[in-house]
Structure formats: C-alpha cells, structure tokens
Design a protein around this ligand. Structure first.
Ligand code: NAD
Length: 362
C-alpha cells in the first residue's frame, strides 16, 4: 500500500534538497504519494503567512511529513515555521541520530549516538518576563514574599524553566522505545540535577522510574557538563541520550560537529498525532539555487521517515547507499571534499544521482 506523505520543500536551498531527497526515496521502490504544500519565506511573500492552513491540514491528515529547511528572518515579526509546527502538532520528541560515516573527516570516527531532545518545555517554554516590566517586578516581589531567600536582583530579565512529570515521562519513554525499536542497548539521561533539584531533579527521578519498565535496555545518567566532556573523549561509550530541551539543543549541534558537519545531521520531530522529518541545518540562503549544498542530512531524515513507516528494509538499503557514496568520496558535495574549493565536488542533484546508482547496483 502506498504511503501518503506531506512534502514541504521549504525555502532557500530547501527545494533543491527536497527534490534530491524525493528522488532517492522513490528509487528505493517504496510507494510514496506526495502531498506537497508550501511553508516559509516564499509563501509568506505571496500569501502573508509562512505556514498556510492547508499545509497544517495536510500533515494532520497524513500524520507524516518531510520538510526542507525554512528561513526565519530576524526581526520580521514572522514566527518560525518549526516552532509553529512543534506547537500545533505537539511534536514533543526530537530524534537526532549522529553517526560518523566512513570517509567523513572527523576527529570522532567512533561516534554513533542518537540524541532524543524534549521539544516543548524547559527554558524554551517561552515564559519570559522583560527587565523592568510590571510583570517582572510583580514576580520579583511575589517570589520574595514566598521565600525570603528567593531574591532576584532588580533590573533582571527572567525566563522560567518548567519541567513536568508528564513531559519528562513521555520523552524518556520515547527514548527507550526508540532504543528498543532500533536495536540499541543503552539510554543515558543527561541533566544538572545536582544544581536544579526541582526541575532537572524531577526529570532524572522520572527517567529512573521509566527505566524500570525497560529491563532489556541499560540505563544510566550523566550530569550535562560531564556528558559533554565524555562525548568528545569517549564517544563510543554513548548510545541513546535523552535530554531536556535546552541541553538537547546544544548537544545536538555538538553531535552534528562530531560527525563532520551540519550537512550530515538528520532529524525527526515526533508527536502523538504526527511526525515530521527534517535536517538539523537551516536554509543556507547564500547557496539558494546553486545546486551546491549537501542533501545527506535531508536524505537521512528520509531514512528515519522510512523506518517510522516501518519500511525498514528500504531504509537500510538507502542508508547503505548514502554511506557508500560518502565512503568512496568521489561524487560528493564540496563540504565532504578535503578542500572546500575542490573542483571534483559535485552538486546536490548529482549526489542524488550517485545514491540512486548505488541503490540500483546493490
Ligand atoms: P544554516 O544551517 O542554514 O547554514 C549555516 C552554514 O552551514 C551555511 O552557510 C553552510 O556553510 C553550512 N550548511 C548548512 N547546511 C548545509 C548543507 N546541507 N550542505 C553544506 N553546507 C551546509 O544556518 P543559518 O545560516 O544560521 O540559518 C539560515 C536560516 O535557516 C535562518 O533563517 C534560520 O532561522 C533557518 N533555520 C531553519 C531550520 C529549519 O528549517 N529546520 C533550522 C535551523 C535554521
């Protein structure tokens, strides 16, 4: 049976990356019906919204989608499509595998980790009080009345860090479920529970409870600073890592750097109602229309999507074909060449051609 998938090409380099990804996904032989809809800067210019209702309706209907990056212009008053998507669809779990493929230049060739980031709460909940605002002053007074030691200096900006039992439980379960479904043996919960006892401490307490339901998967925890230190000294000791929102954001970029760069880092945002797959990187607007950027991150996001659709054999074949093209290092984009101005670098669509030939040859 064909899978109907929402395809959002995005803007900047998004459309060329999405086209390369669509072609390799089709070349796996899995039947995919694309329900294509716009989001981002281009549709904002035409329709006054970066995220039209029909795009949201399509994802709600199909429950699965793949998206090219979208630009969020600074200071335009236009909200990030990614934030809107996460909020509208409650995509609470961000899964970012970081695997160093052979042939990529990295100091961390043993890296093969999966970062599972909570997407909805923590310091990114958007509960903030501006310096000197009436609300910030009320809050400062209220806290001092509540607890005389809870003093905040005047002229402070305040961001609130909520972490709930509900939010922690579902993200930790999502990490263990991912580990089980993908044959991974260990989940590490990262936190700063020694300092933030009632937020990160709660996250850790819930993680320990949830771990009891998964006795086939090992569980451990690490303080976030120690985790960063260990990731760059002994990456091979880590497997699936589950983190609250802020740490997850930072460690995801650390992981992308460890595997050779943003052009290689895929992602999936998963919720109860829908799942949206996209690269970690942005729209790289300076390369728009140049057929230059690396489509690997979006193609690997497509691999995650195939696994989500339970097309595991096709997913494994596509991942192997991408890995082989990278290992050979011939028909790869500039960022995977020893020097960025290497004249043998190929373009986005020629990289897709190489992957398709590799798929056909296997
Ligand atoms: P970016 O990831 O778009 O690009 C930064 C640099 O990384 C590029 O100039 C390029 O050198 C390199 N790069 C990124 N992707 C690459 C690829 N596939 N192949 C080769 N090199 C690649 O980050 P930015 O410039 O900070 O953001 C540009 C826009 O993208 C902003 O508007 C930002 O808000 C948006 N953004 C969108 C998403 C998303 O849609 N998921 C994510 C992050 C940023």
């Amino acid at each position: 049976m064909a899978h109907t998938v929402t395809l959002i090409p995005g803007d900047g380099t998004g459309p060329e990356l999405a086209e390369a990804t669509r072609r390799v996904l089709e070349a796996t032989g899995v039947e995919l019906d694309w329900d294509e809809h716009p989001a981002g800067e281009d549709v904002y210019r035409e329709e006054g919204t970066p995220f039209p209702e029909r795009t949201l309706e399509s994802i709600k209907r199909n429950r699965v989608g793949i998206k090219g990056p979208t630009t969020t212009p600074v200071g335009s008053g236009f909200r990030s499509v990614n934030v809107l998507l996460r909020k509208e669809l409650d995509l609470y779990s961000c899964i970012r595998p970081c695997k160093a493929y052979e042939g990529v230049r990295t100091r961390f060739p043993e890296t093969d980790i999966v970062i599972v980031r909570e997407n909805t709460e923590d310091l990114y909940a958007g509960i903030e009080f501006e310096k000197d605002s009436a609300a910030a002053e009320d809050l400062r007074r209220f806290l001092e009345e509540l607890d005389a030691t809870a003093r905040i200096r005047e002229h402070s900006g305040i961001s609130i860090k909520p972490i709930s039992v509900y939010g922690s439980e579902r993200i930790v379960r999502s990490a263990f479920d991912y580990a089980r479904a993908n044959g991974r043996g260990k989940v590490t919960a990262a936190h700063k529970a020694n300092i933030m006892k009632f937020s990160d401490g709660l996250f850790l307490e819930v993680a320990r409870e949830v771990a009891k339901d998964y006795d086939d998967v090992e569980f451990e925890d690490r303080i976030i600073d120690n985790l960063c230190n260990q990731l760059v000294s002994r990456p091979e000791e880590y497997d699936v890592i589950v983190l609250p929102n802020l740490y997850g954001d930072i460690v995801s970029d650390l992981g992308a750097g460890m595997i050779g760069g943003l052009g290689l880092a895929p992602g999936g945002n998963i919720g109860t109602e829908a799942a949206m797959f996209e690269a970690t990187h942005g729209s790289a607007p300076k390369y728009k229309g140049l057929n230059r950027v690396n489509p690997t991150a979006l193609m690997l996001s497509g691999v995650l999507m195939l696994r989500h659709l339970d097309e595991r054999e096709a997913a494994d074949r596509l991942e192997a074909a991408i890995a082989e093209v990278i290992r050979k290092g011939e028909r790869v984009t500039y960022d995977l060449k020893p020097s960025r101005d290497d004249p043998t670098a190929v373009g986005t669509s020629e990289f897709a051609d190489a992957v398709i030939e590799q798929l056909d040859a296997a």
